[in-house]
Design a protein around this ligand. Sequence first.
Ligand SMILES: C[S@@+](CC[C@H](N)C(=O)[O-])C[C@H]1O[C@@H](n2cnc3c(N)ncnc32)[C@H](O)[C@@H]1O
Length: 260
Amino acid sequence: MTPPSSTIGLIEWSPDDVYLAEQDCGTARAERWLARHLRPGDRNALDIGCGTASIGKMIAELYPTIDVWGIDLPGNLVGWKDAGANPERVLAGSALDLPFESGMFDLVWSFGVIEHIGEPDPPAERESDRLRYISEMMRVLRPGGRAIIVAPNKSFPLDPAHDWSATNFGHRLFERTHLCLHATWGPHPLMSFQEVRRMAREAGASKVRPLNMANYFDFVRVGAGRAGRLVPVARFYLNLLPDWLGATPLAPFLAVELTR
Ligand SMILES: C[S@@+](CC[C@H](N)C(=O)[O-])C[C@H]1O[C@@H](n2cnc3c(N)ncnc32)[C@H](O)[C@@H]1O
């Protein structure tokens, strides 16, 4: 596959550990989880909002027949080089305006990104940005190609990845436990499975289904907080949930597969 014309080179900079932790969801197992969802015909893949591009790097190493691309906002150019990203395959750009031809990819994934799209805009603008984000995914997929979106579930009241609290108590709780207690109703940066599905259908997805999250997380952040003792319970619980429960308030995270 030839690179798109907007390929931008890497600049010299050494990211510190804090930066890398921020850009990497702490999901060292996510690559292996994703590997379980690859199909034999997958040849061209794209990671949207790739962060340090570590997921794509590992997939490319494990599966040399797959040409893996990554894209993230220009601010992330700084982190890719030290993280070992392939400069010919990681681009600076926006998920809302992908610099790729239509129908180029068999598989697209976007982990921990949808909840940041359109933030902190008012709900109506956020909604239209997210519709555009999913529409762009659909555009770059070949017919029958798949997109996988992963994000915390709005319908589940605890978010282990972001502090959405509006109160000091909430902030302190998050600092100590790495868990944010949040509303499960009304406009919110997080989305429910039903909201993602409605948007995906509007963007042209022919099929939308939940996936289970067994063995997705390594629980680095929560494990370091006071809720660390709950990690074995959380791991056991997540590994137990079947696919279909991923569409319900019982799932802490959403993993949604969209077929074009
Ligand atoms: C929490 S990080 C997740 C990184 C990576 N996907 C992972 O799982 O480790 C969210 C990423 O989404 C990227 N992002 C947010 N809005 C974006 C946009 N409009 N276009 C491209 N990337 C975006 C951020 O720059 C950040 O790297």
